[in-house]
Write a protein that binds this ligand. Sequence first.
Ligand code: 5GP
Ligand code: ZN
Length: 142
Amino acid sequence: MKNDCTFCRIIHGLEHGAFIHQDELVVAFLDINQASPGHTLIVPRIHVPSWWELPDEEAAAVARVAKPIMQALRMTLEPDGINLVQNNGRAAGQVIFHVHMHVIPRWQGDRRFGRPPAYADRHTLDKRAAQLRAALHKIGCA
Ligand code: 5GP
Ligand code: ZN
């Protein structure tokens, strides 16, 4: 745990996160700036800045959970497509230096990656997270 890392603080319950999934290796919660409705972050529990530093086991866990999360997003929000986006380094657009994968639902004709993203209040995120948790539960990925 890195005390000044926002994602470490969310993972350890020191800051609010609208969680949709938690297991021993990774968690997933909604991005506070929703590039599109349902924009989710899959975040390994260990504090590692970049993907190239991530142990294989955690990298595999991110990929493993991406699939049911995408299915849950498709079930609840019916997007036309989904982007998986992963930024490493400031030059690549990384802002939070705790490795993570973006899962961004897309609709035909929407703004590219929804820029600028819309800040979502806690109530909206919590409600959306509850729907997604229910869908994940149905799939058998609680
Ligand atoms: P990056 O640009 O590093 O790949 O993405 C970092 C993401 O973290 C951004 O999309 C940003 O909106 C999100 N983010 C920053 N601070 C918080 C926070 O406190 N809570 C949540 N849920 N997301 C955050
Ligand atoms: Zn961290």
